[in-house]
Write a protein that binds this ligand. Structure first.
Ligand SMILES: Cc1ncc(COP(=O)(O)OP(=O)(O)O)c(N)n1
Ligand code: 3NM
Length: 375
């Protein structure tokens, strides 16, 4: 059985998710008692063929944390969560693997799928830790805990593709023109319905930008909205933003991931199916695709049109947000390409080159809602 797995299954698997005992068996009885040994095991297992390896550390002795090691062939990520003391752990492995498969089917990258699945299992374990069912050494846990209406919904920091619905991208030049601070602009956009914010401040000095970014992080957190930083990984780290957006000539996504770690959101601009494919391989969480229409906001930007957007959406498993020349008058035509992974529109001037950011955000949000309800 083990040799069949090694020879026939591992070479064709996208991901394998052994616990430490299973990893040890696959490696002919190797000792795996530390996180360092889990990393070595993940590397050796990867050499047997699967594209990704997740070695699960739930059984690791003497640890207050549950540490899983994720390896994509280049980078290791240690996914940590507090260990939940319970005997109700029967079925966790199958649930984790099924949840990864479901997230992949929804279009997530492998790392995002694994993070969502780990969070789901952790929440389920915590919710059902005190249940008493049967008298065996191990009890079952509650896979359907999400259906319990009395359960308090806690916002999890994991990226939700639906957050791309109305994506507000700031521009300091526009906000200066209308005599308002970035912080006021961000607040108005959120109150009007923006579902995610990106600070794209091309002209700001680093120190000033960092101070503004810190204030915006506070505002976004208090509204439960994610904040990303355009291009500047240093600023994102310093202000503890939720992630970054990078372009094709910025730092490559896999390098960004190794600097930011597994928990941050990474978006990447893609105009072609090849770029979209690479984004997925490198572990991006979403794609920004445009210019859908001509724009005055970004100089020399190539317009790919609605056809180009559709081509990128079709080529990709990742969630996509459309960008470039989008506003209230044409948002409907964008969403009507009706690609299941097109999650929303990203706009700059439609919100920020306007007298009232709040009103414009509200109007655009309403338009998007009406459009998507009809589809
Ligand atoms: C959501 C979103 N999509 C695309 C872009 C463009 O990013 P990039 O290619 O890095 O260009 P600049 O923004 O740096 O001019 C974006 N910012 N956001
Ligand atoms: C920042 C940016 N990126 C684009 C891309 O095509 O990748 S278009 C763009 C500017 C979008 O501004 P507006 O909403 O004012 O047209």
């Amino acid at each position: 059985m083990v040799s069949y797995c090694r020879e026939r299954l591992l070479p064709i698997a996208d991901i394998i998710t052994p616990n430490v005992k299973e990893a040890s068996a696959l490696l002919g009885g190797a000792q795996i008692k530390t996180v360092a040994e889990m990393r070595s095991a993940a590397k050796l297992l990867h050499e047997m063929g699967p594209r990704f390896v997740l070695v699960k550390g739930g059984d690791l002795p003497n640890s207050s944390e549950s540490v899983d090691v994720f390896f994509d062939g280049k980078e290791f990520h240690e996914l940590r969560s507090p260990r939940i003391a319970t005997r109700n752990t029967h079925g966790t492995g199958c649930t984790l693997a099924s949840c990864i498969a479901a997230e992949l089917a929804k279009g997530s990258s492998m790392l995002s799928a694994v993070k969502v699945a780990k969070r789901f299992v952790d929440n389920a374990l915590d919710y059902s830790k005190n249940m008493v069912i049967g008298t065996g050494r191990q009890g079952p846990f509650d896979h359907f805990f999400c259906l319990n209406k009395n359960l308090q919904s806690s916002r999890c920091s994991i990226f939700n593709p639906d957050d791309l619905f109305l994506y507000a991208v700031t521009d300091s030049r526009m906000n200066k023109k209308w005599n308002r601070s970035i912080v006021d602009a961000v607040k108005a956009a959120i109150e009007g319905g923006a579902t995610i914010i990106q600070l794209r401040e091309k002209e700001a000095e680093t120190r000033e930008f960092l101070e503004e970014a810190k204030s915006c992080v506070g505002i976004c957190r208090s509204h439960g909205v994610c904040l990303l930083i355009n291009d500047r990984i240093d600023i994102a780290l310093a202000c503890d933003a939720d992630g970054v957006h990078v372009g094709q000539s910025d730092m490559p996504v896999d390098q960004v991931r190794s600097l930011l770690g597994p928990d941050k959101i990474i978006g990447v601009s893609c105009k072609t199916p090849e770029q979209a494919h690479q984004a997925w391989k490198d572990g991006a969480d979403y794609i920004g695709s445009g210019g859908v229409f001509p724009t005055n906001t970004k100089a020399n930007n190539r317009t790919i049109g609605l056809d180009g957007l559709e081509t990128v959406c079709k080529a990709s498993k990742l969630p996509v947000v459309a960008i470039g020349g989008i506003g209230i008058s044409n948002a409907e035509s964008v969403m009507q390409i009706n690609a299941p992974n097109l999650k929303g529109v990203a706009v700059v001037s439609a919100l920020f080159d306007q007298e009232c950011v709040f009103t414009q955000a509200k109007k655009l949000h309403k338009t998007l809602k009406e459009t998507t309800r009809e589809m």
